[in-house]
Design a protein around this ligand. Structure first.
Ligand code: GDP
Ligand code: MG
Length: 177
């Protein structure tokens, strides 16, 4: 396991963005280490985690960046977006405001990132179905209008997390190779 002695064909930088507390860090922990920490502290200082996988017989290192508590509007620096070929735009499906803010995050992302960046809209916390505040159709409609992929996930229950990341990484691969 790991990168030991492995030849890396591609490194793909993917950034996580969205309001604070939507579950970005837990999505990353789930994808990179298959972990979920119920009482995790707010992210401090962790820049990115990597996961190496094989796509089409090539070794791809996914370098996934997590905001270090910079989620206030316009506080994420351009260095964060620099070189990103993928982005996960995350809202909490139980918090309408976090979905309404997707417009701003997308605008900020498009202002900083490469034109060909692959973007996935993610409605996280699907395990909290009874508290849903964002209908699937609203998100689908937004995603179609903005030309984004869309998935609902649960970092807690590990639903669709791997699928979401792998979809983005495969799309990036298809564009780059
Ligand atoms: P971040 O600020 O976007 O990085 O959010 P965190 O990953 O720190 O998560 C914020 C809070 O939401 C924490 O209390 C997590 O335990 C919780 N959380 C994250 N993902 C899920 C999920 O899929 N389901 C539920 N029920 N809670 C989640
Ligand atoms: Mg975090």
């Amino acid at each position: 396991y790991g990168d030991f002695n492995q030849k890396i064909d591609y490194v793909f930088k993917v950034v996580l963005i969205g309001d604070s507390a939507v579950g970005k860090s837990q999505l990353l922990a789930r994808f990179a280490r298959n972990e979920f920490n119920l009482d995790a502290k707010a992210t401090i200082g962790v820049e990115f985690q990597t996961k190496t996988l094989v796509i089409d017989h090539k070794t791809v290192k996914a370098q996934i960046w997590d905001t270090a508590g910079q989620e206030r509007y316009r506080a994420v620096t351009s260095a964060y977006y620099r070189g990103a070929v993928g982005a996960m735009l995350v809202y909490d499906m139980t918090k309408r405001q976090s979905f309404d803010h997707m417009v701003r995050w997308l605008e900020e992302l498009r202002g900083h990132a490469d034109k060909n960046i692959v973007i996935m809209l993610i409605g996280n916390k699907s395990d909290l179905g009874s508290l849903r505040a964002v209908p699937t159709e609203d998100a689908q409609e937004f995603a179609e209008r903005e030309n984004l992929c869309f998935m609902e996930t649960s970092a807690l229950e590990a639903t669709n997390v791997e699928t979401a990341f792998l979809t983005v990484l495969n799309d990036i691969y298809r564009i780059i190779s």
